[in-house]
Design a binder for this molecule. Structure first.
Ligand SMILES: [Zn+2]
Length: 237
């Protein structure tokens, strides 16, 4: 049995009761989180707190990219769990690696503790396109089109998570055949980037986005963004 909970799916900032992106995948004893937006704070209270595994079980976190709305929840985790934690960090821009960016963000002046002290046993490892083990789960990563880059993730034929991305011709192939597709896309009326205030998160890709995976890749459940409350999807996989 696998359980997927959408803890947050708002892009950019929390608004109208929606939290920024974080997904929890619980399979057996394993908890794998995808992005740590503000939605991860929902693990503080029941019933979602019961998603946390036993204290000695490792929790894996896969970040899609390093924009604040997808990682602000890293600053919450000492208040959420004490489990051993592995954070899979995508590449950063330019010469600085993703793990180095995290080191720079924690400790003064941005936070009162260094990354290594967020919980008693925490590590950060680089992640890029390919397949990565996380407990008994194998996570497949694929590069998307986003300023600075972002990674889409897929777990078997169970689910795919594609956030913060624009059209990319082979995006549909990455998600093809999954049971659940969680897809967040930014809408532009034209190809040229627009000021932030004129962007909007899309709940349903408009027809002109012919390459969007949620239109091209058959999935028995396509979950769009902007949920106000945590949403649970279960499967017998
Ligand atoms: Zn982003």
């Amino acid at each position: 049995m696998a359980e997927l909970v959408i803890l947050g799916s708002s892009g950019w900032m929390p608004q109208d009761g929606m939290q920024t992106t974080s997904l929890a995948l619980r399979t057996g004893d394993d908890l794998v989180l995808f992005d740590l937006g503000s939605g991860v704070a929902r693990l503080r209270r029941e019933p979602l707190r019961s998603l946390l595994p036993a204290d000695d079980r490792e929790i894996h976190v896969f970040l899609s990219h390093l924009h604040f709305d997808h990682l602000i929840g890293l600053t919450f985790i000492s208040g959420l769990w004490q489990n051993p934690t592995v954070v899979h960090v995508p590449p950063a821009v330019g010469e600085v690696s993703g793990p180095e960016v995290l080191d720079a963000l924690f400790g003064g002046p941005f936070y009162s503790h260094p990354f290594s002290e967020l919980v008693p046993a925490i590590s950060r490892v680089p992640v890029g396109p390919g397949e990565w083990p996380a407990g008994r789960v194998t996570v497949k990563a694929w590069g998307q089109d986003h300023p600075g880059g972002s990674l889409a993730y897929r777990v078997g034929d169970w689910f795919a998570f594609m956030t913060d991305t624009r059209d990319k011709p082979d995006a549909a192939e990455f998600a093809r055949g999954v049971q659940v597709l969680v897809h967040e896309a930014w809408s532009y009326d034209e190809d040229a980037p627009r000021p932030l205030a004129r962007r909007r998160a899309a709940t349903v890709p408009p027809p002109r986005w012919r390459g969007w995976p949620s239109r091209q890749a058959p999935a028995s459940c396509c979950s769009a963004t902007s949920r106000r409350t945590a949403r649970t999807i279960t499967s017998g996989c």
